[in-house]
Design a protein around this ligand. Sequence first.
Ligand code: NAP
Ligand code: MG
Length: 396
Amino acid sequence: MTKIKMSVPLVEIDGDEMTRVLWKAIKEILLEPFIELNTEYYDLGLIERERTSDAVTLAAAEAIKKYGVGVKCATITPNAQRVEEYKLTKMWKSPNGTIRAALDGTVFRHPVLVNGIKPLVPNWVKPITIARHAYGDVYSGVEAYLPEGGKVYLELPNGEKKLIKDLPSAGIVQAVHNLDKSIEGFSRSCFNYALSTKQDLWFSTKDTISKTYDHRFKDIFAEIYEKEYKKEFEKAGIEYFYTLIDDAVARVMRSKGGFIWACKNYDGDVMSDMLATAFGSLAMMTSVLVSPDGKYEYEAAHGTVTRHYYKHLKGEPTSTNSVATIFAWTGALKKRGELDGNEELQAFAERLEKTTVSVIESGTMTGDLVPLFDKEGVIPEKVGSIEFLEAIRKSL
Ligand code: NAP
Ligand code: MG
């Protein structure tokens, strides 16, 4: 069999712990037998980030800017305990944060649906993708507790002072901000992603109450849509739809799924956890970072699965779910194929996705899915981390 060739490299970003173990196995068992993998490799394992004083993270982000598509393994975000464990000279920042900042990107998360793992909301027959704005609002807010109360003002650059409140007794205040530029980038990432996946885009804020702040979000989206995307949306047969967040929540619950829901930072933070739970499992959530100028980084939404890794190190069997990481690879390979006009590569990635899902649907799965699985006539069988990959390989 001749292997599929790749003309342009894919940026491959390795990571930590159990997902690093899965990463190597996915390549060996599911990819390399079929593809002459052309990747530019960056090791973002914590040891290498320490050795390079985190320069490797920035280099990986630059490579995604250069080649347009990357695939990333989960990585440790160090805390005090990790500083000790890995003898770090510094508590290096979250690699995801660094890459997101470098690409000015928006994160889109969507579940992998399997017949037999029913969403808690029965009418959700298609995935719902959440797009979370990852800049500003309460995440960079300034707050104060005023034990005696008192007058609090908003002082503007033109010298105007707006009274927020004359607090009559103890209370709290908060100030938040956002930037036109960041909201514009967010909107373009959402419009591009909707076009690239041919799904409707919904956006919701609380603009009836927040008449300047949230309204600015609404206006920027509307303006950019009219000027830059309306024609393309019409051509693709998809829709941009703005509604109040309350209405959006009600409509999401009643919907069949199959759209992208763009949310402000806080709404996206909260709603993405709700959706992940309602769709079944974090191990079935994949995620892609999209920059406003159309660069893509694919990854699993979960972490490095530390608890399983320690078992693995002790030589104990593990049953870690690799679906989200497989879908990170297939997402990246499909995008690479699409950009390079490589149909074989796209077709292979599609086939790998379908096979992965059908292996689970036929009853072979990792331990996390067994209690969720309910399909008539199929008794779920728990298999080990590597056995699961081998079952897919056999089916391929
Ligand atoms: P986690 O790695 O997502 O794991 C939390 C728990 O969820 C696991 O112990 C496991 O439950 C279950 N789980 C998650 N993924 C699974 C999978 N693929 N298969 C089976 N079960 C899975 O989160 P964490 O333990 O809070 O974080 C571990 C490390 O990951 C941290 O150092 C953190 O910084 C990092 N992290 C990285 C990213 C990223 O790179 N995108 C995201 C989040 C966290 P059971 O133990 O009950 O089986
Ligand atoms: Mg959250």
